[in-house]
Design a binder for this molecule. Sequence first.
Ligand code: ADP
Ligand code: MG
Length: 244
Amino acid sequence: MSTSMIEITGVTKSFGAFPVLKGITANVNKGEVVCLIGPSGSGKSTILRCINGLESYDGGAITIDGVRVDRSQPSITGIRTAMAMVFQRFNLFPHRTALENVVEGPIFVKKEPAAQAMARGRELLGRVGLGDKVDAYPGQLSGGQMQRVAIARALCMQPKAILFDEPTSALDPELVGEVLSVMKSLAEDGMTMLVVTHEMGFASEVADRVLFLDGGVIVEQGPARDVLGAPSHPRTQDFLRRVL
Ligand code: ADP
Ligand code: MG
């Protein structure tokens, strides 16, 4: 039995003639929280999109719990539902309530009985601190509350891992903490998470490992205390000087 949930081996990808990923090798073990950091344009979102099959890659391999991510194979549907994603912009349906947004995937994609999905959806909204907002529409919620609905929606798919793409970057500063604390509690519960973030406090406190990506290459990776506390590569040092 493999302990690896997400395994990325020598992955390359170009947009036209422009190489974006230049041979990425990394893994996320079951129950592990890995933070992916790096400058804008370094390829962070592209990696996440390749992992859940939103984007194809050119060379190398990605496997999820031992199953290869291949957009030309029927197995891609299972991979998409196994890898939940939380985006910078919450992508909630504006004309559906919080609960309706949360149960959309389980009912319409996974064909789960509605009553069962709704019961779990209510429970998950409670878990992210929104037990009193199940019937609220996105327009009635703050950005932090909308992002917590998006996290409940991801959890309701009962994913093998959750990919977060800068989940707090679009939030007003005073709303960042409530989202990070929900993410921290998921980490404590053993959820496998790959998190693109600029929140170095979160990364140093919660991440088991940190990957620093620059120019389509993983320049440095290791425990948060090493990569963030004592980076060995000049590019990591320079990046951290600018973001901290
Ligand atoms: P990051 O998330 O680290 O900011 P991205 O993965 O979004 O970086 O983008 C990496 C590079 O790929 C950037 O130079 C970006 O402009 C380019 N890129 C991303 N998506 C596309 C696309 N669909 N078509 C062409 N270029 C793209
Ligand atoms: Mg990005």
